[in-house]
Design a binder for this molecule. Sequence first.
Ligand code: SAH
Length: 240
Amino acid sequence: MTEIPPPPAVTLSPIGVIESDYPDKFGIPRQPGLAPAARARLVLTPPFDDPLAVRGLEAFSHLWLTFVFHQSPLRWTPLVRPPRLGGNARVGVFASRSTHRPNRLGLSLVELLEIDTRRGVSLRLNGADLVSGTPVLDIKPYLPWAEARPEARAGFAPEAPLRCAVGFAAAAEATLTERVDGASLRELITQVLAQDPRPAYRKGAEQRTYGVRLRDVDVRFRALAADAGTRMEVVEIVPA
Ligand code: SAH
């Protein structure tokens, strides 16, 4: 028997970079589509910013992006603690969507709204779960007839996570009213906070105020105990 040689190392060049509503990792929902109001732009970089390279892509409504979790450490461990399991139970890294993984590769299904080829190429996207600055390695059109499998078993994450109710205090309401993007920002804040972005080990209701950065603002919120689970209250929205 001949021994199988180790596979060769590979070098990859990002084709573009993400500009998104998320300046910061903290608070980003854990899968795309959980905050469909999140806007992003994928700006292709030379030599990949050739309009020919995206010809025909406009006819697809959804895309797969492969990208690098560039803000995750290079270190990885075989076991990870998915937030879904409360941050205590461990599963194999390859049984998870953890950002702490070998090669730090990410995969997200996003909605394609528009392709702009006026200067280079940029794609307007909805629902991306990516921090601004994320390097993207590839784009592929999504094929629902081959890839949508609603009957599939989904291990420890069989259903979409529960959503919390979200309310806005008067000060936060006032800021939203003043902004031209008030309506879409409200929608984004609601979808992000509905996921309860607090760290898993803090999930009790407490008085502490947290901040999550969205677009150019810091959204200050706290968790209140409510009849049906936890309720998030936006205390104020301040410039970041
Ligand atoms: N849909 C992807 C991402 C799942 S993890 C996949 O399955 O591969 C989603 C988390 O990745 C988000 O909550 C966010 O905090 C984190 N994240 C997004 N962009 C990142 C980046 N560039 N580096 C490190 N972490 C990132």
